[in-house]
Design a binder for this molecule. Sequence first.
Ligand SMILES: [Zn+2]
Length: 379
Amino acid sequence: MTDKSDPVECQEILARLEELVSYESPSRDKTALDRLGARLAALLGSAGGSVEVVPNARGGDHLIARFPFPGPASSRPALVLGHFDTVWPSGTLARMPFRLDEGRAYGPGTYDMKAGLAIFLNSMEKARNSPPPRPVWAILTSDEEIGSPTSRGLIEDLARQCAYVLVLEPPLTDGGLKTARKGVGRFRLEVEGKAAHAGVAPQEGRSAIVELAHQILRIQDFQEPGAGTTLNVGVIQGGTTTNVVPASATADIDVRAATSAESARIESAFRAIRPITEGTRLSVTGGFNRPPMERSPGIASLFEQARQIGGKLGMTLTEGPTGGGSDGNFTAALGVPTLDGLGARGAGAHADNEHIVVESLGERARLLAALLNELKVQS
Ligand SMILES: [Zn+2]
């Protein structure tokens, strides 16, 4: 991507990013999340948004900001999605402080996705000079990294009222936008066997571990890599001690699927599981927490427009799919055209070398502002 960044603008966004990183915000720490949420609410307000704090007893409060740009009365808003929780526990800053090195800004949550939030704030401040043709709504949530259990309904309610959705998650490594994401499924298989003394009466036992071993090999065959469906039995547990035939065993399984047809096939395959060892019982819980984000004609049209808008700014925008999920999966699955990956360039999400490329901050802010000004959707 060509860099046409204004260094002053980059420095302003960088200062905002450093401030946001200084507020640690792990997904399960309500006190910490609400502290950052209050600061973000103030920043959204001073950028011109009217801010609604949505109380959340089960986690950090969520924020909705509405920027009432004057447009034709009928125009539905654009929705911007972001999250301010991170995967990093409180105290991480002590060993992984915010720091600059060779044009990169390192620190917990820089790339995923506090840089995206800083970019959004900057583009809303600038939007006062060239207001977009429709209202801009934003929802910033506190639980994306744990699967959005308390924000999903809010996100979907807002998306249904909006013309399109832009997601502030990190882009592909070359800065490309994410136009397809796999759906994410989590399943748990529990096996109930029958305990018995392994030396005295082994024939009376029914080994839950042996049954689980059979089932794992069958479950592996649910995969269809050619169709984008992969599966990982990531955790198993079972048994009590070596001289007891194990009465219970469980497996936790992560599944990724590229299409809703494939996620439906996987769900029915799990429901159809039956015991192989006589006298054992099985139960399956879980399902697809995030539906696949498929590259619909609406998404393809948004990307083509974005490519041209980026071109006018001197950027060569690419697109691609990713195996990871985001809140964009929810909005795309509702049929609302969604473009994801509008955050800063960088690398190392969820890893110790997490960082963003400083010079990308200004270019991404200009791209976001231009998209909000120029994207067109039917209806
Ligand atoms: Zn994220």
